[in-house]
Design a protein around this ligand. Structure first.
Ligand code: RIB
Ligand code: CA
Length: 319
């Protein structure tokens, strides 16, 4: 029997906040997670797939197909990831038991195209890593823009500084060429940038609640956060973690009351200058309630009505 629940595909570079995002997605019992693909970013695509498989196995969800995606960014070479942020293994050196299930034979780009055709007009795609796989899928199937129902991207910085250069956010900067292609394609994108993900944080009280729950996934995430918190001490001045990727999943699921999310034009700088990787969002209407723009194709989520952390904690404790 065909499911009537909305199908979701997640593209990720698992990653500590990716792990939180996966847990948040797993907690949603009114959707079908039809596939997950990995891409190099925080770790290599191969390691990202292992982390994903191990985490979903811990949650008892090895039924979800996981595909390994692009190792290298378009026209470049994978630079080695972010061990200083996410640990050498990408999940804060937490050793998860290895999944008995491996990745499927298809690449992530092939999986996206197949799922988009199987669920024509229904597939929701959430990208929380570099956009290499999404751009590759677009090249495999240019009609992807019409086959996919929604594309939500964690990435970019609209009116705040970048986190990897003064103007560029990591997911976009790690493959600016792919990001430029994805943002130039003829589809509507919901963009979840640093503007909103840096101002929603987990603190030690959330980390402690995860560990005190005794639930295997929550406990593993709590220990991962110890590593992430250390990186963010220099950013926030105290132990905390930004909630980039789970927040994008929350937006994609329609769970979060949004305060400001103008629909504007967005262009990605793919030049080789100091602006490379910048998401140039046309926010010039900010003093006037963001009047309608011609050719606007991205909803840029700038702020939420509520703090996201309590909701994230509540959901993750369900897994
Ligand atoms: O800039 C934040 C993004 O980069 C998140 O997706 C995080 O996982 C990192 O890769
Ligand atoms: Ca990520």
């Amino acid at each position: 029997m065909t499911s009537t629940r909305p199908p979701y595909y997640l593209d990720c570079d698992t990653g500590i906040d990716d792990a939180l995002a996966i847990a948040y997605l797993l907690a949603a019992d009114d959707i079908d997670i039809v596939g997950i693909g990995s891409v190099s970013g925080n770790v290599s695509a191969e390691m990202g797939a292992v982390n994903t498989l191990d985490l979903i196995a811990l949650a008892g969800r090895s039924d979800i197909p996981v595909a390994v995606g692009a190792h290298d960014p378009q026209g470049g070479v994978f630079a080695g990831g972010a061990p200083h942020v996410h640990g050498v293994n990408g999940i804060g050196e937490v050793a998860l038991e290895h999944s008995p299930v491996g990745a499927i034979a298809e690449s992530a780009a092939e999986l996206i195209v197949r799922l988009a055709r199987e669920h024509e007009g229904e597939l929701r795609v959430i990208a929380i890593g570099p956009l290499t796989n999404i751009a590759a899928a677009l090249r495999l199937e240019p009609a992807l823009t019409t086959l996919v129902k929604e594309l939500t991207v964690m990435g970019g910085a609209a009116a705040v500084p970048g986190n990897i250069t003064p103007v560029a956010e990591a997911n976009i900067a790690n493959d600016a060429d792919a990001a430029a292609e994805v943002f130039a394609a003829d589809w509507f994108i919901t963009m979840v940038p640093l503007d909103v993900t840096m101002s929603n944080v987990f603190l030690d009280e959330h980390r402690d609640a995860l560990i005190d729950s005794g639930r295997p996934v929550a406990v593993a995430l709590g220990h991962m956060l110890d590593h992430y918190f250390e990186f963010y001490v220099d950013v926030y001045g105290h132990r905390a973690s930004a909630l980039h990727d789970p927040l994008a999943v929350g937006v994609a699921l329609g769970d979060l009351p949004v305060m400001s999310a103008p629909v504007v034009r967005v262009v990605v700088d793919d030049t080789s200058g100091p602006g490379r990787g910048q998401t140039i969002c046309d926010l010039r209407g900010y003093l006037n309630g963001f009047p309608e723009q011609s050719r606007a194709h991205a909803r840029v989520v700038l702020s939420l009505k509520e703090d996201f952390a309590p909701r994230l904690l509540e959901r993750v404790l369900l897994v």
